[in-house]
Design a protein around this ligand. Structure first.
Ligand code: NI
Length: 173
């Protein structure tokens, strides 16, 4: 396993519609393991393949945050939303591709998702609370959408300008 570099917004690879994973190969298995390691190291609760520069419909997440609770790493391949609840939830979201910036996003409180696991089987599960928010945030990534696209234009461009500056500083070293 290895930690992969996380792309920082703005980057054209974060704006792409990702194609489905055609087959679960050992390479996909390695990608998922690397993404989990990268996510835990960051640390974050979710990471989508385009964030490590791989344009494929796959994301990982683990929203267990309580100290002492065992981790629950999940790998979702070709995920789709089957149903969403009428009621909504507003969370202060962040993103590993937009470090140190947060914004309130309102999304359905519960979603049922269907996906392919690394075991090659179809899984279906209802997510609630932070898990539901995270799953929708990560699915957005696979469609080239970031949480700042849910914010107003002024806040979005302010954050983008700061990210451009951050990338320039990092490039200088
Ligand atoms: Ni994100």
């Amino acid at each position: 396993m290895s930690i992969r570099p996380i792309l920082i917004h703005p980057d054209p690879r974060l704006k792409k519609l990702c194609p489905p994973v055609a087959e679960i190969t050992p390479e996909i298995g390695r990608l998922a393991e690397d993404m989990l390691e990268t996510m835990y190291d960051a640390p974050g609760v979710g990471l989508a393949a385009p964030q490590v520069g791989v344009l494929a419909r796959l994301f990982v997440m683990d929203c267990v945050k309580e100290e002492g609770e065992s981790p629950r790493p999940m790998v979702l391949i070709n995920p789709e939303i089957i149903t969403t609840s009428e009621d909504t939830n507003t969370y202060e979201e962040g993103c590993l591709s937009i470090p140190e910036h947060y914004g309130e996003v309102t999304r359905p409180r519960r979603v049922t998702m269907r996906w392919l696991g690394l075991d090659g089987k179809t899984h279906e599960q209802e997510f609630d609370g932070l898990w539901a928010t995270c799953a929708q945030h990560e699915l957005d990534h696979l469609n080239g959408k970031l949480f700042i696209d849910h914010l107003g234009a002024i806040k979005r461009s302010m954050i983008t300008r700061k990210m451009v500056k951050l990338k320039r500083e990092r490039a200088r070293g």
